[in-house]
Design a protein around this ligand. Sequence first.
Ligand code: GLC
Length: 595
Amino acid sequence: MHKISLTAILLLISTFQIAFSQENRTDWWTEARFGMFIHWGLYSGTEGIWKGERHRHFNNYAEWIKYRNRISNEEYGELAKRFVWDEIDPEEWVLQAKNAGMHYITITAKHHDGFALWDTQVGDYSFKNYDPDSRDILAELAAACKKHDMKLGFYYSHWVDWEHPYGWDHNRELTKDLTDTQFDQYWQEKVIPQLTELLSNYGEVALLWFDMWIGHEQTIVQEKQLRQFIELVRNLQPNCLINSRLGLPVTEADIDYETLGDNQLGAVYKKNPWQTPGTIAHSWGYNALENDWKSTNQLLQALINNVSLNGNFMLNIGPRADGSLPYESISRLADMGKWLDINGASIYGAGGLELRPRQHDWGKITFKKVAEKEKVFLHVFNWPLDKKLRLSGITSTPQKIYLLADKLKKPLDFTQEGPITHIQLPHRQPDHFVSVVALEFEEPISLDIEVAAESTFGGVALHAQNVLEKNLETNRLDPPNRMVSPEHINLQAEQELSWKIYLPESGSKNLSISFANPNEKGLRAEIMIGEKKLSMALEPTGKVVVEPNQDYYTEEFIDLPLGKLELSEPGYYTVKFVVKEKDEKPVRFNRIWID
Ligand code: GLC
C-alpha cells in the first residue's frame, strides 16, 4: 500500500472545492451587500493630467486617459516610475474596506489600458518590466485579504485592451482594421493565459468582474470565446462568481450576478442577484482635478436603496500612485463604517420587500428573516416634523417596534389600522445620516402591495406610480435634464384609472386634482370613491413660464380643488378617475390628492 503523508492529505483537502450551484454560489455575495471596488493602475500615475494637458473628454474618467489623450504604450508604461513603492501598502486598502463595513474587494487586475498589476508571464506590459522597485501587488493584496477575512475578486478587461495590437479599441469603429482571427489571437495569447494565472496563483478568487457593457453580438467578441472563459473559470475555481458584463445575458446559468450601469442605482425590485458599481466622485481612477464628491448621506442612501430592491452596492476607491486615498474617500468610508456598526443588521443578509419602489417619501425599507422572526427596517432619510412615521402596506401587526440604534430596544408606540401603521418617533433622530426603525414580527408578514402609501405629512397622492392598471405609459414634457413638469399619464376619453386606498377613520376628506388640459375647451371628468361620485370640468390650462426672459414656456398643470367628500365608513376604498369627453389632445393627468 502506498503511504500518503499527512501534509499531502491536508493539501488535498484544502485545494478540493465543492462546486456549488449558482444559487448557493452567490449566497455569501448577497449576504455581504457592500463591497469595495479599487481602480488602480498606470492611469493613477497621471492623476488626470498628461503633459500639462487635462483629460480630453467631458466624461473625464481618469482611467481612460491613455485612450482619450492618445498616449503610446511606451510612454504610458513609463508612468510606472511615478509609483512610490515604499509607501504602497495594499493591506491599508483592506483595512479601509473593513473599517467601512465592506465584505469583499474587487481590484482592477487589468483595466482597458492592458497593463497587468501582477507579475504576469504573459507579455511584458506589467509593473515588473517598467519599474525594478515594483512588487506583485495582487499577491500582497491577496495575502492581506486572507489575513483580514476579506473576499477578493478581480476586474479584468477582456474586451477592450489598448496595448495588444489585436485587442478591442473603440477607434476600430473607424479604422475597421481588426479581423475575427486577429481578435482571437489576442484572446488566446493574452486573455486566456492571463486569466489562468489569476485563477491559479492567488488563492481563492471570489469573483471576476468583466467589463463589456454591451452584448457580445454588438461587437467583435464571439459567444464561443465567452464560453471558453466560463469553462476555464469553472474548471479552476468552480465557485468564483461571474458578472453580466462578461457580455452574456443574466438569464444564463453561468452569469452569477447582474451589474447595472456605472452609478446606476436600482429602480425596481429584482429577484436575481444584482449590483451597482458606484464612485465617490466621478472617475474610477484617481483624478486630481475632480471635486464633485458625493456626500456620505448620498452614498449610504445608494446602498440602502439597492438593498431595499434586493441589490448590492460596490463602492469604488481610486488610490493615488503612492497607494494613499484622498481624505474625502477616507472620511466617507469611515462614516459609512460607523453607521454600519450600529445599523448593519438592516443591510447584511437583508433584502427588499416587494412593495412599490417609490412608495414612501420618507425613505426605504429592507427586510430580513432571522431564525423564526421576520424583521422590517425602516430607513428614515427624513425625520418627520410631526414625529409620526407613516408606514403603508404591511397588514400584520408587529410584536415590537424600536430604534435599531437603541441597545435597550425600548419599544416605540404605534397604532395600526389595516395596512396603515403610525409610529411615534422620539424628538431627536438617533443618527445624523439615516436613522433606522426596526419592526419585529413573530409570523411571516403579510403585505398589501396595492394600497397607495400615505405621504410624509399625511394624505395620499394617487398618481402614475401607484395606479392599479399595469404597464401604463407615463410621459414627461421636457427632456430628462429639464424636468420642470410632472411625470403624468396621457388620458384618453373613457379610459379608467383606479387606485386602492385605506382610510383609518371615517369623516370628510379634501380632494383636489392636478392635470393639464392642452385643448381649447373644458372636458367633463369624474372621480368615484366607493359609491360616491364627483363630477368636474377640466378647463383648458394654458402655459407657464419656466425661465424668465428666455421664451421658455411649458404646459401648466393646475391644482383644482374639488371640495370635501363625506366618507362614512373607515376601511378600503377604490378610487376611479375617468375623463368623459374626447377632444383633439389627451388630458395630462398628474395626481389626485386626498387628505
Ligand atoms: C466603465 C468604464 C471603466 C470603469 C467601469 C466601472 O465601463 O469603462 O473605466 O472601470 O465602467 O464600472
